[in-house]
Design a protein around this ligand. Structure first.
Ligand code: CP
Ligand code: NVA
Length: 305
């Protein structure tokens, strides 16, 4: 039987996504009450991380430990992947020994190849194209703060990057309007947008996107791997900082979101990220609970053997 993977938000149905978010809130309440819940005792998760991480790595490792399982963190130097062992061979071997595999990779295609040859579920912990785990936490945060996101308006201001792509996937699955403002040339990928563009509108003026929004969200202008483009990007994104004036165009009770790490004075002003509308610390904390719900879901599928 083929394992169940989570490479983009489209790998879960809308109903599964809603159940997962409800479960994440339950797991959070149990954790806060100090209840032990260890359904994954005896399970092992391998974590292949080709890029840096604070939140994703810690939340997956801590989450797996809290659920009773174990995890092993593998940087590029720790396996033969970096020395040219084929992704397909690595996937076959690794998945014969562990129960689930989390991958943060430079290339989304690499994760797809890995998943195609894995006997166990593979989770995308961020690629150049998608960051679906982030969106689980972000939607959980909106639910906790303001309720159902269906029918609401979200303004994405900045780069049409991996996190933006996952917001597009979420708008399709959960039925909210997504207004994306990017500089010209930094739009989300047309191919990805085409698969789920029913709730998406593209702009080049941040004010148009932010008007009457319930959520204003942004991300770094230079993602991991784009450091060499930083100077050029700072120029291109001039006028795209989320500041107090832009937030004033949104609803009075709008929340500000950012996946972090954030660069104050670039994509977001300190007055916004450190201000009363910001929910960024809740988003970060919810990575733990949402991913625990994801691990439970994927590991409750019938076993591979
Ligand atoms: N938001 C996020 O994925 O953070 P890390 O890069 O620290 O994991
Ligand atoms: N877009 C950012 C997200 C970091 C969590 C990056 O890929 O670097």
């Amino acid at each position: 039987m083929k394992p169940r993977h989570f490479l983009t938000l489209l790998d879960l149905s809308a109903a599964e996504l809603k159940r997962l978010l409800a479960r994440a809130m339950e797991l959070k309440a149990m954790f806060k009450r100090g209840e032990r819940h260890t359904p994954l005792t005896g399970k092992t998760m391998a974590m292949i991380f080709e890029k840096s991480s604070t939140r994703t790595r810690i939340s997956f490792e801590a989450g797996m430990a809290q659920l009773g399982g174990a995890s092993l963190f593998l940087s590029p130097r720790d396996t033969h992947l970096d020395r040219g062992e084929p992704v397909e061979d690595t996937a076959r071997v690794m998945s014969s020994m562990v129960d689930i595999i989390t991958i943060r990779a430079n290339s989304h295609a690499m994760v797809e190849r890995f998943a195609a040859h894995s006997q166990v579920p593979v989770i995308n912990a961020l690629t150049d194209r998608n960051h679906p785990c982030q969106l689980l936490a972000d939607i959980q945060t909106y639910l906790e703060k303001r309720g159902d996101i269906a029918g609401r308006k979200v303004a994405w201001i900045g780069d049409g990057n991996n996190v933006c792509h996952s917001w597009i996937g979420a708008s399709h699955q959960l039925g909210f309007q997504l207004e994306i403002a990017t500089p010209e040339g930094y739009e989300p990928e047309a191919e990805w947008t085409a698969t789920c563009r029913d709730h998406v509108r593209l702009h080049h003026d941040p004010k148009q996107a932010a008007r009457d929004a319930d959520v204003v969200v942004t991300d770094t202008w230079a993602s991991m791997g784009q450091e060499h483009e930083k100077a050029q990007r700072i120029k291109a994104f001039s006028g795209f900082m989320v500041d107090g004036a832009l937030m004033k165009l949104a609803h009075r009770d709008a929340v500000f979101m950012h996946c972090l790490p954030a660069y104050r004075g670039m994509e977001v002003a300190a007055e916004v990220i450190d201000g009363p509308q910001s929910v960024v610390w809740d988003e970060a904390e919810n990575r733990l609970h949402a991913q625990k719900a994801l691990l439970e879901l994927l590991l409750s599928e019938p076993p591979k053997k």
